[in-house]
Design a protein around this ligand. Structure first.
Ligand SMILES: C[S@@+](CC[C@H](N)C(=O)[O-])C[C@H]1O[C@@H](n2cnc3c(N)ncnc32)[C@H](O)[C@@H]1O
Length: 233
């Protein structure tokens, strides 16, 4: 069970974020490429669920001239983020971290069009579906015209008849992965079934992004992990 408020769990997650998640490296690489090519110097990016700021550490290797506003409800994750950002941020960029619940993002008082781009990596599936949908709407309001919402998240693969195919696909991914989890396909499925979170289907995600006002697409889908983009304007 993931406990983002437990210091030991959080430390171990930070040390092995890609273990059991063979597509994280590829999808992050694409997300950072798209974001860094699109950013202008001085842009401010909102990160929903910034965690330990692993995404920013990579982004700053390509774009050291952007500002970050990060929100997360885990003080343990934010503590690691502060340390990481202290080492990787240049003096003329700003990183502001909010210890805050994403469901209550409205109470932070951000203004309309406040952010150049918004990202959310492996976070929103922790929130109930209706809240995820509301957040898509808030993001549309918060991002500037032509801004991107890059959303990388778990996908609901719920189809018992396909379980043997999903398990075989997991085994194939595990074989190719540089970072081995040691999990069998069967264990991968059991682990998924025991998680108390709310991944959406690709279809639901894209259609809710569109309902929020974005032009949206799924850019990459690997078994139960996807990278989506929404563009405003
Ligand atoms: C899997 S970690 C991802 C961290 C980071 N985005 C990354 O990919 O490196 C998920 C993060 O979402 C945060 N989170 C989960 N539910 C949240 C909520 N309801 N409000 C704020 N943060 C939340 C957790 O504390 C955790 O830091």
């Amino acid at each position: 069970m993931e406990d983002w408020h437990n210091v030991d769990f959080v430390k171990s997650w930070d040390e092995s974020a890609s273990r059991g998640n063979p597509s994280r490296e590829n999808q992050l690489s694409l997300l950072i490429t798209l974001l860094s090519e699109r950013c202008q110097s001085g842009d401010t990016i909102l990160d929903l669920g910034i965690g330990s700021a692993q995404v920013e550490e990579r982004l700053f290797l390509k774009r050291a001239d952007v500002n970050i506003v990060g929100i997360d409800h885990s003080s343990a994750m934010l503590e690691i983020a502060r340390e990481r950002l202290r080492k990787t941020t240049l003096r003329n960029t700003q990183c502001v971290l909010y210890h805050h619940e994403l469901a209550d993002i409205d109470t932070l008082g951000f203004s309309h069009n406040a952010f150049s781009h918004v990202i959310a990596v492996q976070t929103l599936h922790h929130l109930e579906p209706e809240t995820q949908k509301q957040i898509y709407g808030r993001v549309f309001d918060l991002v500037k015209n032509n801004g991107l919402f890059l959303l990388m998240d778990r996908v609901n693969i719920d189809g018992p008849k396909l379980n043997s195919v999903y398990a075989a696909t997991w085994n194939w991914l595990e074989n190719q992965s540089a970072i081995k989890s040691g999990w069998s396909g069967q264990y991968f499925l059991e682990r998924l079934a025991s998680q108390h979170d709310y991944p959406l289907s690709v279809e639901t995600t894209v259609s809710w992004l569109e309902e929020a006002g974005f032009q949206a697409a799924c850019l990459d889908l690997t078994l139960n992990r996807a990278l989506y983009v929404g563009i405003k304007g």
